[in-house]
Design a protein around this ligand. Structure first.
Ligand SMILES: Cc1cc2nc3c(=O)[nH]c(=O)nc-3n(C[C@H](O)[C@H](O)[C@H](O)COP(=O)(O)OP(=O)(O)OC[C@H]3O[C@@H](n4cnc5c(N)ncnc54)[C@H](O)[C@@H]3O)c2cc1C
Length: 562
C-alpha cells in the first residue's frame, strides 16, 4: 500500500470533495490533504436544504454534516473555506488560490488534484432575475438568504420555476409554510425524466394540495418594483403575483477551471473522466456534477447531477489519488427519488421516452398494486412501470409512483439493471415478505410476471397511449365501473361472463382487453386467446393508466369520454 507524503489538493468541499478527502486519508495516512472551498461551509447537506427551509429540519446546524475542525481533528485534512481556486498550472503542478476573506492570492503545489466544483444553478436571462426576492438554492448561503426572507417578510405567494426535483421539494416545503404556490414548467409535465403518464400522477397530487400548475409554459418576464419582484409573467400571457420567486430550472457543470487548464470536456458538456475519475491529465481527477459519467444502460457519457454518483466518484478518486489504485467507478443509472406531499416518485435507468430519444428498442408494462399485502391495514397504491428490451427481456429501467415502498422497488430494479439481468431474473428474485411490509408476490415480481408473459407469447400488451381506433376493445370491468367511465365504442362484457358471451365478439379482429388496472383484462386476454381469437392484447395499466395518458396529453382528449 502506498503511504507516501504526496500532496493531494481538492477543489470543492461538499459531496464529492469531502468524500474524496476522507477516503484519501483512510488510504494514505502520510499524504498532505488540502481542501479549498469557496463558500463558507464544507460537507453540508445540500439535499436537506429544502427541508430546513420548510421547517421539517428544525436546526440549521443539523445541515452541517462535518465542519473544518472535524476534518482537521479526525482526518488531519486541512480544510480552507472562503478559498477559491482560480487557475491550474499543469506544468508546474500547482493551483492559484485566493483567500476570499483577505483577498490574498497564493500558489499551492499538488501531486494529485481532485476537482469537485459541482454545478451552477441556471438562471433565466431576464431582467428582474437579480431582484432581492428571486432565489436559487445551491448552498448554505442561498439557504440563509431564503430563510431570512421567509421569516422576516412572511411572503404569501410564491412562484417556483422548474418542476424538477428541487422545484418540487421547494413547492412542498413552501406549501408547508402556508404559502400559495404556483409552479411553472417549460415542458408539459412535471419531473421531466419520467414518462408523462407517470408524472401525471404527481401532478394530480400537486393539484390536490392546491398548487397552481402552469405546465408547457415559460417564464417571460419578472415585474420588479423597487428591487423586489412582484409578478412573474409567462409566455401564455398569464401573470402570477409573487412575494418570492424560486428558480430551479437545472444546473450547468462548473467546468471553468478544467476548460482554462485545457482538460478535455466531453460531448455532454461535463469534464471527461476515465473509470478512475482521472481527467485527460492523469494527475487531475474530477467528480460530481462537473463531470460526465458512463450511463449504465445507454453505454454513453451523460451528466447526472445526483448526490449518490458524486459520493461514489469521490470515493474512487480519493483512493486512486492517495494510492494510485482503486476499484473503478461503476456506470450510473440516474436512480432517483423525490417526495411531493403524499406522492413519492422514483426512477432508474431508461424511461420509454429516453429510450426513444436514444433509439433504443424498448417496451414497457405498467401495473397498479399495493405496497404490501392488500388485506393488511394501510396498504398504499403504487404504479410501477417496468421498461425492458422487447426480444431479450433485458431490464432497461423502471419508474414508480405511489407512497410507501416506491423507493424499495426502484432500488431492487436498479440493482437488477446493475447486474445486467432480464425480466425473467426479476420474476425469480427471492424478496423478503411479511404482510405489513410486502407481498408474497412483490410489486417487482408482478411487473416482471407481466413482462415475462409478453416475452413468452402468453400476452401481448399495448401502451396506455396507444390509438385503439379500429380495434375490438373489450372492457371486462363490472357494470358499476363501466357506468362510471368508459372508452367510446367498446364492448362491455364483465370478465366473469366472458366465457358465456364469446359469440358477441369477432375472433378474427384485433382485440384489446381492458379493465381497471390490467389484471382482469389479462385473464380475459388469456381466455380469448385460448378460444381462438387471432390477435389479443392487454392495455397495460388499464383504465388507470389510460386516464393518466389522456390527462397528460399523450392521446386525444375525446378518448374515454362517455
Ligand atoms: C437543494 C438541493 C437538493 C438536492 N437534493 C438531492 C437529492 O435529494 N438527491 C440527490 O441525489 N441529489 C440531490 N441534490 C444534488 C446533489 O446535492 C449534487 O448532485 C451533489 O452535491 C454534487 O456534488 P459535487 O461535489 O459535485 O458538488 P457540490 O456538492 O455542489 O459541491 C461543490 C462545491 O465546490 C465549490 N467550488 C466550486 N468551484 C470552486 C472553486 N473554484 N474553488 C473552491 N471551491 C469551489 C462550491 O462552492 C461547492 O460548495 C440536491 C442538490 C440541491 C442543491
Amino acid at each position: 500500500m502506498t503511504n507516501d507524503s504526496r500532496t493531494i489538493v481538492i477543489v470543492g468541499g461538499v459531496a464529492g470533495g469531502a468524500t474524496a478527502a476522507a477516503r484519501a486519508r483512510r488510504c494514505n495516512e502520510k499524504a498532505r490533504i488540502i481542501v479549498f472551498e469557496k463558500s463558507g461551509y464544507v460537507s453540508f447537506a445540500n439535499c436537506g436544504l429544502p427541508y430546513y427551509l420548510g421547517g421539517e429540519i428544525k436546526q440549521r446546524d443539523k445541515l452541517l454534516v462535518a465542519t473544518p475542525e472535524r476534518f482537521r481533528t479526525r482526518f488531519n485534512v486541512d480544510v480552507r473555506t472562503q478559498h477559491e481556486v482560480l487557475a491550474i498550472d499543469r506544468q508546474a503542478k500547482c493551483v492559484t488560490v485566493v483567500n476570499l476573506s483577505t483577498g490574498q492570492t497564493f500558489e499551492q503545489p499538488y501531486d494529485k488534484l481532485i476537482l469537485a466544483p459541482g454545478a451552477k444553478a441556471m438562471v433565466p436571462n431576464l431582467s428582474g432575475s437579480d431582484a432581492g426576492n428571486v432565489f436559487v438554492l445551491r448552498n448554505m448561503e442561498d439557504t440563509d438568504r431564503i430563510r431570512t426572507w421567509l421569516d422576516q417578510k412572511q411572503p404569501q405567494r410564491a412562484v417556483v420555476v422548474g418542476a424538477g426535483f428541487i422545484g418540487l421539494e421547494m413547492v412542498e416545503q413552501l406549501k408547508r409554510r402556508g404559502l400559495q404556490v404556483a409552479l411553472v414548467e417549460l415542458l408539459p409535465q412535471v419531473l421531466p425524466p419520467l414518462d408523462a403518464e407517470m408524472a401525471h400522477v404527481v401532478e394530480e397530487e400537486l393539484r390536490r394540495q392546491g398548487v397552481e400548475l402552469h405546465l408547457g409554459d415559460a417564464i417571460a418576464g419578472i415585474v420588479v418594483e423597487q428591487g423586489i419582484a412582484r409578478q412573474v409573467t409567462l409566455d401564455s400571457g398569464a401573470a402570477l403575483d409573487a412575494d418570492i420567486v424560486l428558480i430551479g430550472i437545472g444546473v450547468r457543470p462548473n467546468t471553468k477551471l478544467a476548460v482554462s487548464a485545457n482538460l478535455e470536456i466531453g460531448e455532454s458538456g461535463g469534464i471527461r473522466v476515465n473509470r478512475h475519475m482521472q481527467t485527460s491529465d492523469p494527475a487531475i481527477y474530477a467528480v460530481g456534477d462537473a463531470v460526465q459519467y458512463e450511463h449504465g444502460v445507454l453505454e454513453r457519457p451523460m451528466r447526472i447531477a445526483l448526490a449518490g454518483p458524486a459520493n461514489r466518484a469521490g470515493r474512487v478518486a480519493g483512493q486512486h489519488a492517495a494510492m494510485d489504485d482503486a476499484p473503478p467507478m461503476a456506470p450510473v443509472l440516474g436512480t432517483s427519488v423525490v417526495r411531493a406531499f403524499a406522492a413519492t416518485a422514483a426512477m432508474t435507468g431508461l424511461s420509454l421516452k429516453m429510450a426513444a430519444r436514444f433509439e433504443r428498442p424498448a417496451t414497457a408494462v405498467t401495473i397498479e398494486t399495493k405496497h404490501h399485502a392488500g388485506y393488511y391495514p394501510g396498504a398504499q397504491t403504487m404504479l410501477l412501470k417496468l421498461v425492458y428490451e422487447p426480444r431479450s427481456g433485458k431490464v432497461l429501467g423502471a419508474q414508480a409512483v405511489g407512497g410507501a415502498g416506491v423507493d424499495k422497488r426502484i432500488d431492487v430494479i436498479s440493482t437488477a439493471i446493475h447486474f445486467d439481468t432480464t425480466v425473467h431474473d426479476l420474476a425469480s428474485l427471492d424478496l423478503a415478505y411479511a404482510p405489513p411490509l410486502g407481498s408474497a408476490k412483490d410489486p417487482v415480481h408482478m411487473a416482471a410476471f407481466v413482462a415475462c408473459n409478453q416475452l413468452d407469447g402468453l400476452l401481448d400488451v399495448v401502451q396506455p397511449q396507444e390509438d385503439l381506433a379500429g380495434k375490438q376493445v373489450v372492457d371486462v370491468r363490472t357494470e358499476k365501473e363501466f357506468a362510471a367511465d368508459h372508452l367510446p365504442g367498446v364492448v362491455h362484457i364483465p370478465v366473469d361472463q366472458l366465457r358465456d358471451r364469446l359469440a358477441e365478439l369477432d375472433p378474427a379482429r384485433d382485440t384489446v382487453t381492458i379493465c381497471r388496472s390490467g389484471l382482469r383484462s389479462y385473464l380475459a386476454a388469456r381466455l380469448l386467446m385460448q378460444h381462438g381469437f387471432k390477435h389479443v392484447s392487454d392495455l397495460t395499466g388499464g383504465m388507470v393508466m389510460r386516464h393518466h395518458a389522456r390527462a397528460s396529453g399523450m392521446l386525444d382528449e375525446a378518448d374515454g369520454k362517455k
